[in-house]
Structure formats: structure tokens, C-alpha cells
Design a protein around this ligand. Sequence first.
Ligand SMILES: [Cu+2]
Length: 265
Amino acid sequence: MPLALAFFFWAMALITVALFIARVWWLPELASAHGGAIDDQLVLTLVLAGIVFFLAQAALGYFIWRFRARGSERASYWHENPKMEVTWTVATAILFIGLGIQGNRVWAKYILTQAPPDAVTVEVTGQQFAWNMRYAGADGKFGRTDPKLINDANANFLGLDEADPAAHDDVLTQNLMAIPVNRPIGVILRAKDVTHSFYVPQLRVKQDAVPGMGIRVTFTATKTGEFEIACAELCGMQHYKMRGRLLVMSDADYEKWLKDRAAAQ
Ligand SMILES: [Cu+2]
């Protein structure tokens, strides 16, 4: 019986590790420039944790079998082993702190990178339960907004002030965002009501949108296609419905799309 139990632990450990190695359940396909470093960091964490997990399970199985009850022997009580305790505490601390420092470097590079001056700027404003996108238009300037002018019935979701000349060419969409591929994108992330979270899994971009703040998010998409923009913050009863489409296009297609949208409104 102890041998069967030991085999059970070994088999479980092997199957679990094999599922990770085979990547049966894995992240969605990567489509951004900064995402590779995040994925590598995740893999490094999983590999190190996987090795420790496997060794621990292997040892557990071995001990179950090695120290099984034999004859009328009684178990004896054994109290502390400072050398072993210090060893695994220090080893765990080095592993944790090391991964933390390394991960922090990857994170800082992503989150602290400023959009270069030639970046495409898109303002994204979350509301219950939609994403409002805004492009500055030909003048490169966003029109003035005023919360008092917000009127959802008239589709003025952002409270755009029509009296401001810079507002006239602003391009507005809802739940639809187009960007050019291989060009830096600078998103200005806002929220109208409660906290939302702008999440595009393929881009490895996830950032809270906080009322009263204009949070900058910089990324470069490396693949054309259509991706889902999800809200990753439980923001109310219809949170599950809060989703948008992100279209990553060639430069020419993007310019045409923007021009068409501007002409249509
Ligand atoms: Cu939301």
C-alpha cells in the first residue's frame, strides 16, 4: 500500500509537469513587443517552481515508501533540524527575492516606458459597460471635455465640448479601437464612473482605468488581426458584457480607417 501511494504522488507530479511542458493550457498567442520579456519571466518562475515541486513530490513518495510501517515498530518523535530549516529558508528567500528583482526589472521596463513623440495616441475611457475610444484627429489635439456635458442619450459619452475648435475633428468610437502594427501606441486610460481594467491578453497589456486619472500605457503590437479588449475589473452587474474589439492593421489600412471614420461622423 505505501508503494501504491508513493506511485500516486510520483504519477501526479509527472502528469502535472508534463502538462506544463506540453503547454496544453497556455497563454494566448503573443502579439506585442514588450510581451516576450513578460512571458520569459513567467516561464522562468514556472520552471523554478516546477523543479522544486517535482523534487518535493518525489521525496514525499520516497519517504512514504522508505519509512512505511514495518512489524510492530512505533514511530518516534523527532524535533527540529536547524541546519535543514536554515538551508531551505535561505534557498527559498534567495529564489523569491531573485525572481522579484528580475520580475521588477521586466515590469518597470514595460510600465515606465514613455510613448515616443511619434506614437499613435488613443484615449480610452471605460464606463459601465463600454469602452470609449478617441483619436485627436488631423490637428493632433484632443478637444476639451467637461463632465457636465456628458450626455449618454445624445451619445456624448465623454462630455466633448463642441464649442472648442479642437473638438471638431476628434474621432470617436465605442468598443472599437484600430491601431497600426509595429508602431508605438500611447494609450491614455480613463474611467468615467468606477474602476475598470483595460486588458488585451495577446498584447500582455492589463492596466486599471481609475476615475480622475489619465494613466499612460505604451505598447507596440507586432501582429495584425482582431483581438478582444476585455474589462478585467469587476465593475458592476454587466461587467461580463464590457468588451471591445481591437483591430491591428497595416499603417496604410489604419490611416484609411481613421480617415473613413472621421468622414463618417
Ligand atoms: Cu468594466
